[in-house]
Design a protein around this ligand. Structure first.
Ligand SMILES: Cc1cc2nc3c(=O)[nH]c(=O)nc-3n(C[C@H](O)[C@H](O)[C@H](O)COP(=O)(O)O)c2cc1C
Length: 363
């Protein structure tokens, strides 16, 4: 969605009278939202309990911010289970993103546990549904830059500054993402970014043309800070660089501004201004490897945050079935499934996203 002025709001079919009715004083304010962000995004205090580790886990990246996870706590272990009531069946019909998201949460938990002197041993259980079992045992406390980055990591969906990232920083990103069973492909040549952009635009065009995709996306957008705080989930407009509006206006505006051309132009500017694109590819196409991809990506993202480098997803080429095989061919991995497409570069931070309370994700 492009930036909306009063004139464009009126252009979207909203009368001056309607805008006047939500004039100064009734227009949504960000104060309560900011307070909630500050409350949620803290490092651990002294002697934190397992619920505090869960809070750190839930600050992880996750598709559409549905937070599709449940946590079962025991004396010295945490199990992360999928919450299938929070599936996004249109964009993610086989729950690939859902399990990647669980891997992201597991990685945050492991890093936070290490920071408070608990080593984590991870096993991926293969019952009816894959789940992640994390056994904790005493160890020396290890607080590194990835731990300190947890409250500040975000998906930054804005135009970046167009500058390149140093070779040294690229190596640090590669090292952070290293994970058995996962390959990271880094692209920084303009010609490669242009080629990837073509796949992004092909995928995005197919998605915007699909009414079910658009409806599912809209269902997870939170147009006002009030609604974002109330639900504690979803895609808050300000986190994508869009203005906040009252909820009753949001849907109408979204339908006016969310067009194929506008979205494709936005993604063109996003790729053009990025320093590079990272593609994550698991060795196999199963939930255990999707979880590994999530762990690898979360470390990449935290390392980027620690270096002042932003990142955002451009997953259309891996989400749209009619585009994915050609994208895999272009990557030189015919028949394989590329899992995530991530752009990176430098830009100011956008507002941070919210999470549901820890109590809401415990079973
Ligand atoms: C598996 C996965 C898929 C995602 N896909 C997209 C995507 O296609 N487009 C996008 O803008 N963000 C995508 N995201 C980012 C999430 O929307 C984001 O993590 C979530 O809204 C929480 O915000 P945060 O990352 O700023 O904490 C994805 C994240 C994950 C883990």
């Amino acid at each position: 969605m492009a930036f909306m002025t009063r004139r464009t709001l009126i252009g979207a079919g909203l009368s001056v009278a309607a805008l006047g009715a939500v004039g100064y004083g009734l227009w949504p304010r960000m104060d309560g939202y900011r307070e909630e962000v500050e409350r949620q995004r803290r490092l651990l205090g002294n002697d934190p309990d397992l619920k505090e580790l869960v809070r750190m886990a839930t600050l992880a990246a996750n598709g559409h911010n549905t937070q599709p996870w449940k946590f079962r706590l025991a004396e010295d272990s945490v199990t992360i289970l999928p919450d299938l009531t929070r599936r996004t069946e249109i964009v993610d019909p086989d729950d690939h993103h859902l399990f990647v998201s669980l891997g992201c949460a597991a990685e945050n938990l492991v890093i936070a546990a290490a920071a408070q002197g608990r080593a984590a041993d991870i096993a991926i259980g293969t019952g009816a549904e894959a789940q992640i079992e994390i056994a904790l045992s005493p160890s020396a406390a290890a607080q590194g830059p990835l731990y300190e980055a947890i409250p500040f990591r975000q998906s930054t969906r804005s135009v970046y500054d167009g500058q390149s990232v140093s070779t040294e920083d690229l190596r640090l990103l590669e090292n952070a993402a290293r994970e058995d069973g996962v390959n990271l492909m880094l692209f920084t040549e303009r010609s490669d970014l242009d080629a990837i952009l073509d796949f992004v635009i092909a995928g995005n065009s197919a998605q915007v043309d699909d009414p079910a995709f658009v409806q599912e996306l809209e269902d997870w957008i939170r147009f006002s800070p009030f609604r974002a705080v109330e639900t504690g989930d979803g895609l808050f407009a300000a986190c994508s660089g869009n203005p906040v509006v009252p909820d009753f206006i949001g849907s109408r505006l979204f339908r006016s501004f969310f067009t194929k051309d506008a979205e494709n132009e936005k993604y063109r500017s996003h790729v053009d201004s990025s320093a590079g694109i990272a593609v994550f590819v698991g060795d196999r196409d199963d939930p255990a490897h999707w979880i590994r991809v999530g762990r690898s990506f979360e470390r990449f993202s935290l390392q980027a945050t620690a270096l002042g480098i932003r990142n955002a997803h451009l997953n259309m080429p891996v989400e749209v079935l009619s585009v994915r095989p050609a994208f895999a061919d272009w990557l030189g991995i015919p028949g394989a499934r590329p899992n995530l497409v991530i752009r990176f570069g430098r830009a100011p931070a956008l507002p941070m996203s919210l999470r549901r309370p820890v109590e809401a994700v415990l079973v």
